[in-house]
Design a protein around this ligand. Sequence first.
Ligand code: AMP
Length: 544
Amino acid sequence: MLGQMMEMPLTIGSLIEHAERYHPKTEIISVETSGERTTSNWKEVGQHARMLASALGKLGIANGDRCATIAWNNRRHLESYFGISGGGMVCHTINPRLAPEQLAFVANDAQDKVLFFEQSFLPVIEKIHTLLETVQYFVVMGPRDDAAAQSIPGLLFYDDLLETGEADAPWPDVDERAASSLCYTSGTTGDPKGVLYSHRSTLLHTLVGNQPDGIALSAQDTVLPVVPMFHVNAWGVPYIAAANGCKLVLPGPNLDGESILALIDETETTMALGVPTIWMNLLTALEASESTLPSLKRTVVGGAPLPPSMIPKFAAYGVELLHAWGMTETSPVATINQFLQRHSALSDSEKTDLRTNQGRPLFGVDLRLLDENKQLLPHDGKTQGDLQVRGHWVVKRYFGKDSDALTDDGWFDTGDVSTIDEDGYMVIRDRSKDIIKSGGEWISTVELENIAIAHPHIVNAAAVAARHELWDERPIVVAVKAPNTSPVEADILAFYKGKIQSWQIPDAVIFVDTLPIGATGKVQKVELRKQFGEHLIEKGKNNA
Ligand code: AMP
């Protein structure tokens, strides 16, 4: 016998409809690429989204067609998210910092029909538009600009396009299992692969990801996704904000510490989300300023390991850091670090220790560990193995591929190496590609980095494997000095003593002005290995 309850499809149109109807006046603050700050609200975003959906329909863009965006976090991008997906099309967010040929690769692979882009990218698009085989309409995300209009035949302008749509057009009926958005992995090895989210997977991620033990945003929050809208849908924040009527602050292109600090203080942001490098830069700006960060209560930190030394530094400003783990293939949030009831009895330093791990799985996500022979490993908090995941918002098959990306028994292999304890708290020890194998023993680069970053004269560090004649690989650390300090290699190496076993201590520390950081804010270790992978061999030759 079936249940007798209403069945309403879990669609992205229903999210924006809710925000528009029940949170119409809640503000959306947007930093435009020009630097101008504009204010709209959920009602206007909802209306514009419906206008956009109907305008795209009039252009002949059909259900399931991919419409790409190359854009920063701003109001028009938000409207496009809801307009494209709500209208039954697929919102393909492209990383603006891709090299032009990669950009053409992903647009062709996705068979994008429409390409929305910021006017600042016009010179690039002008150069490559003939390579984009399937794009029928190029749309500048701004008002009409007569000079720009000459650059690409038939170029459209977002504000004009909106005017051709109907503000009262109802959202079409969409199957909740239909594709809603598409995001490519960063493709550090091989071509990027597309992950095609559905309305259902997005809505389930929205609902579960925002539980009290998840991201826990409410209508009382002002939320700032510093994480880009092209990086796994800004970790789902636009959808969570719509479902919960949060005030949203969209930061535009300038994500340096000073800009983010000013934005948080001036908009009274209560919660912000981003990768660790964002918070490192914010701390540097904060320490050089008069601000006490009065409004900010919490940040979600993910995308790369949270350096433990950051936790007390933010606590001094009354900011709680919530460490989360996920990947493009997991929509992304899969685990988040929230305490259990018994943890309230812990001391501050014990709480800080607990905060450093990547947290427990949300309901709907399941984790397991395997050894190299594909045998299950215990969840004892000590045994480390290959992390596999399954769940309602985990990829099954990459876009355009013929076979599933899963193990024979239906799990997705993350490429991360982890431990899990009996409560489900998971620690990412490394990426399997990054972990260092020295004389047959594994060394976690994350652990080496955490120690370096805890040194008061280091602001950022990355550990990578360097080739070694005797041990195959040995760790070296590439570090950025704190302003106005002058640590030397021996200081940093001495700092490791007693914190890890002596054979794990790096063989060298190399100081650099900046680390290579990719568009999603992660250190590009592939670049560092290219640059410094032969460092020890060369040093050995020079010493010989
Ligand atoms: P992406 O698909 O670009 O978001 O990258 C996903 C990968 O980032 C994961 O497989 C992890 O290796 C890494 N990652 C994400 N969050 C964390 C975290 N909190 N700690 C350590 N690594 C992380």
